[in-house]
Design a protein around this ligand. Structure first.
Ligand code: ADP
Ligand code: MG
Length: 263
């Protein structure tokens, strides 16, 4: 983002992409209901290629649901979600296209417990991408090295610490060579001493230009790497800004109240 722009959020949707081509993600007037419950209300969000966004907000505000809509783990009922130029509809071809561009890391790792670390990382490349095993394993080892856990490749998830498992989950997502990574509270299930190793891995990815949407309450991380921080409450984007002004001078009363509880 342009650091001289005092409110990058406001300008992001209108600005042409620096690298050319469509923005990474365009969300327009997104609405979603669970039965009668209106969980997402008129969400507008454009994410530029290479942009790093942190989403925060109280429990139940719809952060996970928003993230999950972006790779169609949840369908939406109104509005548009366009990822790398492909709109998410019921069309399975488009859903597959979007999912091949978007990696996701969850709070609870979601590794397959009966598979080794290496097999967790090669499963989708082999079965979904039809990669030869040797090639998938070479790629997996490369990403396991990037997250500094290659020496554990033959172990099972249950033999690893939470921080190690989460780094494996990040490597597994990277093995599908996504251009966008979604993180849903990746450190909130970890013991405090393991948070840093996972955040360091995410900081490394951010430094390499990965487009990232991270739901997290790690405000140090947000200050260090986010181009933009978004605050959600009751299914709406209430406020968004660059981390400096967001934390130092929040405009909305609900944002102020939330920040006073977590900072
Ligand atoms: P957050 O991630 O901000 O804590 P969520 O997106 O998980 O919030 O949930 C937002 C609201 O939607 C919560 O009230 C939650 O109980 C509700 N919700 C989430 N998933 C479902 C579901 N599958 N069915 C019904 N309600 C749901
Ligand atoms: Mg959540």
């Amino acid at each position: 983002m342009n650091p001289s722009n005092p409110n990058p959020a406001a300008g992001a949707a209108a600005q042409p992409n620096e690298a050319g081509g469509p923005p990474a993600i365009v969300i327009e007037k997104l609405n979603k209901w669970f039965g009668e419950f209106h969980v997402l209300e008129d969400i507008d969000l454009t994410v530029a290629r290479g942009e790093r966004i942190v989403i925060c907000g109280p429990s139940g505000s719809g952060k996970s649901t928003l993230i999950r809509c972006i790779n169609r783990l949840e369908p939406h009922q109104k509005g548009r979600i366009v990822v790398n130029g492909t709109e998410l509809t019921d069309n399975l071809k488009h859903i597959d296209q979007v999912r091949s561009d978007v990696g996701m890391v969850f709070q609870h790792f979601n590794l397959f417990p009966h598979l080794t670390v290496l097999d967790n990382c090669t499963l989708a490349p082999i079965w979904v991408r039809k990669k030869p095993r040797a090639e998938a394993e070479a790629t997996a080892m490369k990403f396991l090295e990037r997250v500094r856990i290659a020496d554990q490749a033959q172990k099972y998830p249950g033999q690893l610490s939470g921080g190690q498992q989460q780094r494996v989950a990040i490597a597994r997502a990277l093995c599908m060579t996504p251009s966008i990574m979604l993180f849903d509270e990746p450190t909130s299930a970890l013991d405090p001493e393991m948070v840093k190793e996972v955040l360091d891995t995410m900081i490394m990815l951010a430094g390499e230009g990965m487009t990232m949407l991270c739901v997290t309450h790690e405000m140090g991380f947000a200050r260090a790497v986010a181009d933009r921080v978004i605050f959600m409450d009751r299914g709406e984007i209430v406020e968004q800004n660059a981390p400096g002004p967001f934390f130092d001078d929040p405009q909305n009363e609900r944002t102020r109240q939330f920040l006073s509880q977590i900072l």
